[in-house]
Write a protein that binds this ligand. Sequence first.
Ligand code: COA
Length: 433
Amino acid sequence: MNWKEIYKRKLVKPEEAVTYIKSGDRVVVGHAAGEPTVLIDAMVANRENYRNVEIVNLVVLGTGEYAKPGMEEYFHENSMFASASTREAIESGRADFTPCFFHEVPKLFRKGYLTVDVALVQVSSPDEHGYCSFGVSNDYTKPAAQYAKVVIAEVNDKMPRTMGDSFIHISDIDYLIETSHKIIELQPPSIGKVEKKIGENCASLIEDGSTLQLGIGAIPEAVLLFLKDKKDLGIHSEMISDGVVELVEAGVITNKMKTLHPGISVVSFLMGTKRLYDFVDNNPSVEMYPVNYVNNPITIMKNYKMVSINSCVQVDIMGQVCSECIGLKQISGVGGQVDFVRGVNMSEDGISIIAIPSTASKGKISKIVSLLDVGAVVTTSRTDVDYIVTEYGIAQLKGKSLRNRARALINIAHPDFIEELKVEFTNRFKSAF
Ligand code: COA
C-alpha cells in the first residue's frame, strides 16, 4: 500500500490516540526539546480512564503534570534523570528514580528489563518516501519506538528533519496525530566571570583537531567562547546547543580531523533555540544517532583527540565525583557523563574534564570537599576521573597518589576553603600539606 494511504488510516485525534494507552502500561515518553507535548496533554486529560500508568523519561523540559500531587492514582513517574519538574516528586516519594548510564537505556528496553508497552514520540512530517525524522531528540526515543508494542507519534511540521540514523517509516507507527507547534527552546545560559575563567582554563587543554563532547549549562557554553582561535575542531557529543552553531559558522568546527564520521558532527539530542533547530534542518553535516551508539564508550574511543567536558555537584579530595545529587536529594542523573569519561579513557589521546565553579550557594559552600555529603553518590569514580578544572586552575589526577590528588585538588579550591581543606589533608595523610 502507498505510504500516504497508510498515513491516512493511522491518523487520529489526540483524544483517541491516548485511548490506546491502557491501565498498568509502561509508557516511554520522548524528552528534552522533543517532548510530545500535545500527546502528553491529551494523556493527562484522559487520566480518569487510567490506573497506574508508568511514565518513563529522562530530561523533562515540560511541566510534568503527570508527576504532580493528585496524579498518583493515574500515573507513576519513573525518571532516569531528575529535572526541574520531576525532582520534587522523586523527593517526596510520589515518583521513582532509576539509575542508568545513558548509553544503556535502549538496552533496558531491548532486554525487557523495562518493557515498552507504549512509546509516545514526536517526529517531523514524512518525506516523499514516508520517513519521519526524530528531529531534535533521537537518544532513547528512537529505540523506545523500535521496541514498543504500540507507537503513538505526534507528527509536527515544525520539527526539523535531522539526518543520520534518525528516521522511522510511517508503517512502523501505530497511531499518529498531526500538530504544528514550536519546538521547546532553551535560551543560552548567562555566563559570568567565574564561568569565563573556567572556560578559559578548559580551552587551554583543547588542542587543534580535537573532537569535543560538551555537557549542558553555562560552563560548556563558556568553553566555546574561548575556542575561537582553534582549528579544525570536531563534535561527537550526546547533546549540543546554540554555541556550536556559532563555531561552525566561524569555521572553527570543521570535523575535518575526525577519525570517526569525518566531516560530520555526531549528536544524539539537541537543546537550544530556533537558531540551532534551523541549522540542523536537512543539514547533512550534522547526523543524529540513538544514544546506544553515540554514547557507547566503544564508539567514543574511536575518535581522535576526544575531549569530554562535564560538570558536577561535588568532588572529594580523592577525586570521587558526585554529579547528580545533593546529599540524598536526586537533582539530575548519570546522563552521559560516565559514558564519555570511560570512552575517553579507553582512547589513546583523549582527555576527560570535569569543570566546576569552586563554590556553590553564592560562595558559602566549597564544591571541593574532604568527604562527599552523607547520601551523595559517586557518579564518576576516582579511578575513572582525570582532569578537574575550576576558575582557580587545573588538577590532573590520573597517575597521582591519593595524597597528590588531594594536593592538586586543594590547590584549585576557593581561597576561603583552602585552610580547612589543608587541615583535613593533614588529618587524612598524617603529613604537612
Ligand atoms: N552543594 C549544594 N548545592 C549545590 C552544590 C553543592 N556542592 N553544587 C550545586 N548545587 C546546587 C546549585 O546551587 C543549584 O541550585 P539551584 O538550582 O537551587 O540554584 C543546583 O545545585 C544546580 O547546580 P548548578 O551549578 O546550577 O547546575 P548546572 O546547571 O551547572 O549543572 C550538574 C550541574 C552537575 C547538575 C549537571 O552538570 C549534571 O546533571 N551532570 C550530570 C550529568 C552529565 O554530566 N551529563 C553530561 C551530558 S549532558
